[in-house]
Design a protein around this ligand. Structure first.
Ligand code: B16
Ligand code: MG
Length: 220
């Protein structure tokens, strides 16, 4: 059987930091007198920090100077870092740790493909940094999801083709990026939101027992 590369998104797949991003953006939006809803937040999942702020300003019909823009981005990140400061192994999403360990047991390659610039310290806090052979994050890429750059870079570094790569994503932009790359896309979250994914599960714990083997024989 052909081996495949397993590429994981971070926020919302490995750890439930999506809620902390939401709280931090909501506080930031409030500081600019902008009302920011959960529906709007859904559109920011997988979206880089700079593009997220641009969208919030667009929705709120606000313009700010480049200096204030930078200041607001820093403010959001400080708020976010404060919210995640006590993150630990217990915050790994259900079933993820076992799934990663099973991949290791089968000597299958694991990569991270995240838009976050905080990815490495977060994986460290979770105690799973060493499980990743390759990490591609917001500090490495120039084009944000839904552009496939982050996932293509991850599979190239692992020496796998896109066709032999599987992406786990919680965001619409991320699922689109995986599909554009020609990779198998597995959505984690709600079926009605992630309907473009090849398959959707609420959690890793909902996957069938031998799901890794099913994926190994799956074609796009
Ligand atoms: P940071 P992912 C994304 O991470 C988040 O989904 C998104 O909400 C966030 O704005 C983005 O990272 C940038 O994160 O501010 O930490 O650099 O889902 O691609 O792992
Ligand atoms: Mg995500």
């Amino acid at each position: 059987m052909v081996k495949k590369a397993f590429i994981f998104d971070l926020d919302g797949v490995i750890v439930d930091t999506a809620k902390f991003h939401f709280i931090a953006w909501q506080r930031l939006a409030a500081s600019l007198d902008i009302n920011f809803t959960e529906e709007e937040n859904e559109q920011l999942k997988g979206v880089s920090r700079v593009n997220s702020l641009k969208k919030i300003l667009e929705w709120g019909k606000k313009e700010i100077s480049p200096e204030v823009f930078q200041q607001k981005m820093d403010q959001k990140n400080e708020e976010y870092l404060d919210l995640i400061k006590s993150l630990s192994t217990k915050d790994i999403m259900p079933g993820v740790h076992d799934f990663l360990l099973n991949l290791k047991k089968q000597e299958l390659p694991i990569a991270l493909g995240s838009a976050s610039k905080n990815a490495r310290p977060i994986l460290q806090k979770l105690g799973i940094l060493d499980l990743f052979e390759v990490i591609v994050d917001g500090t490495d890429v120039t084009k944000a999801k839904p552009d496939p750059e982050v996932f293509l870079s991850a599979c190239q570094q692992l020496n796998y083709t896109a066709q032999d790569s599987i992406v786990f994503e919680d965001s619409v932009a991320g699922v689109q990026a995986a599909n554009t790359a020609g990779m198998i896309s597995i959505g984690l979250g709600e079926e009605n939101i992630l309907h473009e994914a090849d398959e959707v599960f609420t959690h890793f714990t909902d996957m069938p027992q031998d799901y890794i083997n099913t994926l190994l024989s799956q074609k796009k």
